[in-house]
Design a protein around this ligand. Structure first.
Ligand code: N01
Length: 494
């Protein structure tokens, strides 16, 4: 019987050594590393019926990644055949299923297993995990459940009274035909700027509700030539050099974002030029131009957003939404716009993720309670009070400038080393010392306080307390060096 099918026996010996939540880049990367380390006693618990995480869920029209494909992929699973500079969702989804298959992970996965509850059993030093498909106990629990996985719906008066068709950008209903319909999209973030140009081609009328404009720079996308793909395949060194060039190009953006925000004026000039070039109407130009310094919110890339807003069937609405009614949206100026479809491109629970209510550490404390003043962890991975619990893409590991896969691989390696450290010490339980976690976060917040993200804009990078809880404030290689430089004294091993 494979580990994935075993049922909890309620005994002190766990069913599996490691339970991993999620099968996106994080969960798959962790599972592959465990296999490489000779650990076969693990299970992947997946809420859906296929692997892929964010690239399975976000299949809205036009969905693609804004980090180049050769960087936005596992270092150990290169794909010389990426079709474009920026990978599309179908291509990334295909890539992840292939990686899972190539590494023999499918037998380890329990699909349709949404995490309902995970509780640390102090007496036995293990985690008791309850899922939609049954219970399991595990010595260690790895949360690879994603930083942007839970859709957030806006808290607008009357939203529940809407009678037409409605869905979130990450839960797209492709069976619903938008052709000729009156459509409203709320939100103008990374998801909206990709889907609006696509659905503008079908909708009879499209109202786009903008609360805050974003800075947008040109998307220099292109297809890879067959000759390049052949070169990457035959001479892997050329692909590696290409990847390294992309990595360092993106890494240099930290200079502006963190070290010297004044350097961001260069990016801002590029974004302003992009608006001037694509928007001739002065009134529209004014309302799409942000009033905060570029970089404070995520910088977006698009060539077709501004042109889409100028299509005759599209209206950019900037008056605040006062109310949603059965078949319409009413704005602050009293205008009522009738609609058939309401699409929420309103983002995700980057902070206060509901999953934190379902994870309970020592003395039954929920993660949500431990994080009531804002999420924090040690190296985005460990939280005192939650022994043997490991996060991938935990607090302060997000990036405003480059590929999350680099951070994921760093954390996977760190967790694998911690598991080896604990085993070597003959222990069953590992936990970060509270003072180590506190010191780390104090310094982190001091650095974040002088970064561009603290310069006066609201974003999903921040907890409601104002604390920046989503972002890592530096070069990614610094994070990697810190995760590698091991000090055994930082951990309690029992
Ligand atoms: O979500 P968002 P997203 N009334 O939170 C608006 C990654 N990603 O899904 O700015 C009115 O960015 C909100 O307005 P405001 C990427 O990391 C990557 O677009 O808060 N409006 C905003 O305009 C990205 O950053 C890719 O004032 C409301 C929008 O909804 C992250 O995912 C593609 C509102 C939400 O934008 C999230 O992007 C897609 C309300 N009550 C996503 N509530 C690529 O790689 C929210 N809004 C290309």
């Amino acid at each position: 019987m494979s580990a994935a099918n075993k049922i909890s026996n309620n005994k002190a010996t766990p069913d599996v050594e490691v339970a991993i939540i999620g099968t996106g880049f994080a969960g798959l990367g962790m599972a592959i590393r465990l296999k490489q380390d000779g650990q076969d006693s693990f299970v992947l618990l997946e809420r859906a019926d296929e692997v892929g995480g964010t690239w399975r869920d976000n299949h809205y029209p036009g969905a693609a990644c804004d980090v180049p494909s050769h960087l936005y992929s596992f270092s150990f699973a290169p794909n010389p055949d990426w079709s474009r500079k920026y990978p599309t969702q179908p291509e990334l989804y295909r890539y992840l299923r292939k990686v899972a298959n190539d590494h023999g992970l499918y037998p380890h996965i329990r699909f349709n297993s949404n995490l309902e509850n995970a509780t640390y059993d102090e007496a036995n030093g293990l985690w008791r995990v309850v899922t939609g498909s049954g219970d399991i106990t595990a010595r260690s629990l790895v949360m690879g459940s994603g930083g942007l996985a839970e859709p957030k719906l806006p808290d607008i008066p009357g939203v529940e009274s809407f009678q037409g068709k409605t869905f979130h950008s990450s839960r797209w209903d492709h069976d619903y035909d938008l052709a000729g319909k009156r459509v409203a999209v709320i939100g103008t973030g990374a998801s909206a700027i990709q889907l609006v140009p696509e659905i503008a081609k079908q909708a009879g009328r499209l109202d786009v509700y903008q609360r805050t404009p974003n800075w947008i720079i040109p998307r220099n996308d292109r297809a890879y030539l067959d000759a390049e793909k052949t070169l990457f395949r035959k001479l892997p060194l050329t692909r590696q050099l290409h990847r390294a060039a992309i990595y360092w190009g993106h890494e240099s953006r930290v200079m502006g974002l963190v070290l010297n925000p004044k350097l961001m004026t260069l990016f801002q000039k590029l974004a302003e030029w992009h608006i001037r070039r694509q928007v001739k109407d002065k009134a529209l130009r004014d309302i799409v131009t942000p009033d905060y310094t570029i970089g404070c919110k995520r910088i977006l890339i698009s060539n077709d957003w501004y042109p889409a807003l100028q299509q005759p069937n599209v209206e950019l609405v900037t008056d605040g939404i006062r109310e949603i009614r059965a078949n319409s949206i009413v704005t602050a100026d009293g205008t009522e716009r009738e609609i058939d479809v309401l699409i929420f491109a309103t983002g995700f629970y980057a902070t206060e993720n509901p999953i934190a209510d379902r994870v309970h550490g020592r003395d039954g404390e929920s993660l949500a309670h431990a994080w009531r003043d804002g999420e924090e962890a040690y190296l985005g991975t460990l939280v005192n009070g939650f022994p043997n619990l490991y996060f991938i893409i935990g607090p302060n590991t997000g990036l405003g400038h480059t590929s999350m896969i680099f951070m994921i691989e760093t954390q996977v390696d760190y967790i694998a080393r911690l598991l080896a450290l604990r085993n070597k010490a003959g222990g069953k339980v590992l936990e970060v010392r509270p003072e180590v976690q506190a010191r780390y976060n104090e310094r982190l917040q001091a650095r974040l306080g002088s970064s561009i993200w603290a310069t006066g804009c609201d974003s999903w990078y921040k907890h409601k307390s104002g604390k920046i809880t989503a972002l890592w404030p530096g070069f990614t290689f610094e994070f990697r060096l810190r995760a590698r430089r091991f000090n055994q004294q930082d951990y309690l091993i029992d």
